[in-house]
Write a protein that binds this ligand. Structure first.
Ligand SMILES: NC(=O)c1ccc[n+]([C@@H]2O[C@H](COP(=O)([O-])OP(=O)(O)OC[C@H]3O[C@@H](n4cnc5c(N)ncnc54)[C@H](O)[C@@H]3O)[C@@H](O)[C@H]2O)c1
Length: 258
């Protein structure tokens, strides 16, 4: 049986997912259409996606998860989310993860090691998880910053810590930098143990994440440095491959979790 896939979003990640699916990187999965942004384009619509697709893949941002996600799962379709930061919202999280009948599936995205962290947190006690993320200063400028703050960040000649706090603080101040911290909180099953440290690093060539999970079953330390995606310097080239790998697993149950 073919797994029919609809996409929301055709930016850096969505367009690459479409290319990879069309090129056969997920045997058994087939792209049925891409839902256009707003009223642009003709042909494929969200309603058509619900009629034809087994899984709707969100590659469009946190707002699109809130806009489309509940309708996907309530229609009994599966939703594969890349903008995991959307699940910082407790009410949306409950709707997507608990209400069904469709399932909400989360890509591993730009991060590795989430399987081991999930297992350690489920089987033992999680003491703390910290994630230090380094990005180019220009990628961290926010609309709420005053001119002086922006200038200071852009002129930094050494790494500058911009935030240290939990997912709630991060989503308010840096809403586009919440995917990794949300993924870790979901892996831990606990939103209070994760601390994010966000650093503007003028020497950063790529975005990097250094995760340390301290649990009763051991300490897991993960370092990831992501190549930027070709279409969006703020996005990671790994993410479309993580999405397609997830779709391949859904389409072909191999019995392997590797
Ligand atoms: N999980 C992770 O590790 C991870 C890493 C990087 C990015 N992401 C997420 O992936 C998302 C997409 O990243 P990208 O680099 O492709 O961004 P992008 O800006 O290149 O593309 C986003 C696309 O979505 C479209 N879009 C936005 N709202 C829409 C809507 N309501 N309906 C239909 N289309 C809509 C835009 O028009 C655009 O084409 C990001 O917003 C981010 O939240 C997740």
């Amino acid at each position: 049986m073919v797994l029919k896939v609809a996409l929301i979003g055709s930016g850096a990640i969505g367009s690459r997912v479409a290319e990879l699916l069309d090129a056969g990187y997920a045997p058994g999965a087939e792209l049925t259409g891409v839902i256009p942004h707003g009223h642009a384009g003709t042909g494929f619509s969200f309603e058509e996606a619900l009629d034809t697709a087994d899984v709707v893949v969100e590659c469009a941002g946190v707002a699109a998860v809130a806009e489309f996600g509940p309708r996907v799962v309530s229609a009994g379709r599966d939703l594969l989310v890349t903008s995991i930061g959307a699940l910082c919202d407790g009410s949306l999280r409950k709707t997507l993860l608990d209400d069904g009948p469709g399932r909400t599936l989360l890509t591993t995205g730009a991060l590795g090691g989430l399987d081991a962290i999930t297992a350690a947190c489920a089987g033992g006690t999680v003491h703390s998880i910290t994630v230090e993320s380094r990005k180019l200063p220009s990628a961290l400028i926010q609309p709420w910053m005053d001119d002086e703050t922006k200038k200071g960040i852009l002129a930094a000649t050494r790494p500058m810590e911009l935030l240290r706090g939990g997912p709630d603080e991060l989503i308010k101040a840096f809403p586009k930098s919440t995917n990794v911290v949300s993924a870790l909180a979901l892996a831990a099953g606990n939103w209070d143990v994760v601390e994010a440290v966000l650093i503007a690093d003028p020497a950063a060539k790529q975005t990097s994440h250094h995760v340390v999970a301290d649990t009763s079953l051991g300490t897991l330390e993960i370092r990831v440095t992501n190549q930027a995606s070709r279409g969006n310097p703020a996005s990671s080239a790994l993410v479309p491959h993580a999405v397609v790998r997830g779709l391949k697993t859904l389409a072909n149950a191999s019995g392997s979790f590797i």
